[in-house]
Design a protein around this ligand. Structure first.
Ligand SMILES: Nc1ncnc2c1ncn2[C@@H]1O[C@H](COP(=O)(O)OP(=O)(O)OP(=O)(O)O)[C@@H](O)[C@H]1O
Length: 603
């Protein structure tokens, strides 16, 4: 979590933020007018009291009394209508702006390349999209409410006081400047203290999160006591910070009340004398006393808004760093003109992919200066099945990520069917891609929903057909609710093998020309493994495919095996040829074979 600095108000940033409120121009206008009315009417009530004291008590007349009552009731009714208007309008602005920014943020998250997610933690992004945006919209709408109300109320009170008795007005208002200074000082301190509480709170949330997710690991490593100790440490800090924040509020309020009382005392003292000398009416004195008390609330509110704006600015900066992020991989303008953009694609009049792939002198680095691939060349025929093997970190996933255009080459080109993929929209490749991840992610919902995720308009027949192709139909049909079985969060209600089969179905339902399989390392039972082997065989048929292989038994029948080391192909050929070569692959294969045999014996 970043430090929130006490910076000056950044006008440009707030202008940018307010631009999201453009669709709510009418609501903003209503809110400003309503709040100005509320402020003025609030300042009229003490005048009503003055009038009542000066006229009704001393000189009672039924007609005047009735008129007074009617006017009073009218003002109260107007305030009630205003209250309705202000709450509904401010609420509309708050929710509307949050909706607009969240939508744009979500759209951005869809188009940002994988590289963006490499350096942004999930928790960071979630906090931006939820709490930061909520806080900003709240600050803007309710802050505006308090601001307009405060300014008009204070302005009206000042004008009325000066008109009634300018000398007494100046004397009573002399407590305002120290009040403003003290309010600013305390509001800043209070806000800082609460900010600290929030920071610790996010650590507590993260702690809970890690603890729940890592419950199994904790138990196996007997870390319970240590975890508890660390947790107590954070909660203790939270307690201390919260008490500090509350103490500051507890000191601030009596100071405001005292200053308010001094103002009232000044009014009574100097005003009382004027009343005794018959220079001023009782009613005016009472109005003055009411005004001094009424004056303090907006000062407190305005100081709070000012402090809140400074702090909310940090939220605004973080939200806009996401909203204004320019994706590293973008379709060129001439391409979007021809094919439309991500959210509004035009007719797909691009060539169908057959699946011939060429890496031409491709170099790539995730971080500047550290080349993972250097002058990498590869030619894959359409429909050819390729397996990538090699030690961990050798660059297998990188090759595949580049082919999928999740990242783009730093140097060199990648061609599909002889076309440089950078001269086509990203969706051209993505639409023709089937990718089964090493640990497939299923979304909460039913098995059917998850398979349909690969092709939103898929019919039930297509879903069953895809499931049959990947040998998943049998196990799905045996479940009590069949295709309507809920998979749980992240597919947690299914076994690893079942999850894999469903992700196969999801990938093949769109009939992709290029198929990528990042083979699972986690062990599954022999029966399921056999089913998956058979599935792989069927799915790869006639498609250009890349398998990142961990179990070498899977790839015995592929057309070509590439042994990758430090981003280079060090051996290539089919299974038999590579074994005959007695090189790296031979060693890898025999080691794995011996390992599997000894595991089998031990079991
Ligand atoms: N997102 C990333 N950001 C920075 N460096 C990365 C990133 N992904 C991979 N690397 C680095 O690039 C190199 C190649 O990684 P890659 O994931 O391609 O290897 P791999 O052969 O697929 O490994 P494994 O079999 O363990 O999955 C490694 O040194 C790795 O640390």
């Amino acid at each position: 979590m970043e430090n929130e600095k006490d910076e000056k108000i950044n006008i440009a940033l707030w202008k940018n933020f307010i631009s999201f409120g453009k669709p709510y121009k009418k609501e903003f206008k209503i809110l400003i007018i309503v709040m100005a009315f509320v402020g003025i009417i609030d300042a009229v009530f003490p005048l009503m009291t003055k009038w009542a004291v000066d006229n009704l008590i001393t000189n009672i007349s039924t007609k005047k009394f009735v008129n007074f009552s009617v006017l009073y009731a009218l003002l109260v009714a107007i305030q009630a209508i205003n209250a309705y208007l202000l709450i509904s309008t401010a609420g509309k602005i708050e929710m509307g702006m949050a909706y607009n920014i969240r939508k744009i943020g979500f759209e951005k998250l869809q188009i940002l390349p994988l590289s963006y997610y490499d350096h942004k933690a999930v928790g960071w992004l979630m906090a931006r999209m939820t709490s930061d945006i909520a806080r900003l919209s709240e600050t803007i709408s309710w802050g505006l409410v308090d601001f307009i109300w405060g300014i008009t109320l204070m302005g009206t009170i000042m004008v009325v006081m000066l008109i009634m008795n300018w000398k007494l007005a100046l004397i009573t208002l002399s407590v305002v400047p120290p009040l403003i200074l003290i309010s600013l000082y305390f509001q800043k301190k209070i806000l800082k203290a609460y900010r600290n509480v929030r920071k610790i709170n996010s650590k507590i949330t993260a702690s809970f999160n890690e603890d729940i997710q890592g419950a199994k690991t904790t138990k196996t490593l007997v870390r319970e006591e240590k975890n508890l100790e660390e947790f107590s440490d954070i909660t203790n800090k939270m307690k201390v910070s919260s008490i500090r924040a509350v103490t500051l509020s507890a000191i601030y309020l009596p100071i405001v009340l005292t200053l308010g009382s001094i103002g009232t005392a000044l009014a009574i003292n100097f005003g009382g004398k004027s009343v005794m000398n018959n220079v001023m009416s009782y009613g005016t004195l009472i109005a003055f006393m009411s005004y001094t008390i009424q004056f303090f609330e907006p000062v407190r509110q305005l100081a709070a808004i000012f402090a809140e704006l400074q702090s909310a600015q940090a939220s605004a900066e973080r939200v806009f760093s996401l909203v204004n992020e320019t994706p590293e991989i973008i379709d060129r303008p001439e391409i979007t003109e021809k094919y439309g953009d991500f959210f509004e694609p035009k007719e797909k009049n691009w060539p169908l992919i057959k699946g011939e792939i060429k890496f031409k002198n491709v170099s790539f680095c995730y971080k500047e200066g550290k080349k993972v691939l250097n002058n990498f060349n590869l030619h894959v025929e359409s429909g050819e099945n390729i397996a990538l093997v090699g030690e961990t970190g050798s660059g297998k996933s990188t090759i595949v990520n580049l082919l999928c255009r999740f990242y783009e080459p730093t140097e060199g080109d990648i061609e599909i069917d002889g076309i440089n993929y950078k001269s086509m929209p990203q969706i051209w490749v993505h639409e023709n891609l089937g990718y089964v991840l090493q640990s497939p992610h299923l979304f909460s919902g039913t098995i059917k929903d998850n398979i349909k995720y690969g092709k939103l308009d898929a019919t039930d027949e297509e879903i069953i057909e895809a499931s049959k192709l990947v040998n998943a139909h049998e196990f799905i049909s045996n479940l009590e609710k069949g295709y309507e079985t809920p998979v749980g969060e992240g597919g947690g209600l299914l076994s690893t093998g079942q999850k894999q089969l469903i992700s196969f179905a999801r990938a093949v339902i769109r009939n992709p020309r290029i198929f990528i399989l990042d083979e699972a390392t986690s062990s599954i039972d022999t029966e399921t493994e056999k089913i998956i082997q058979n599935t792989i065989h069927k799915v790869l048929k006639d498609r250009t495919s890349f398998i990142i292989a961990h179990r070498l038994s899977t790839i015995r029948s592929v057309d070509r095996i590439l042994v990758i080391s430090k981003g280079k192909v060090i051996e290539e050929g089919n299974h038999e040829n590579l074994l005959k070569k007695k090189g790296y692959y031979y060693k890898l294969y025999t080691n794995q074979f011996i390992e599997e045999q000894s595991n089998a014996l031990m079991n």
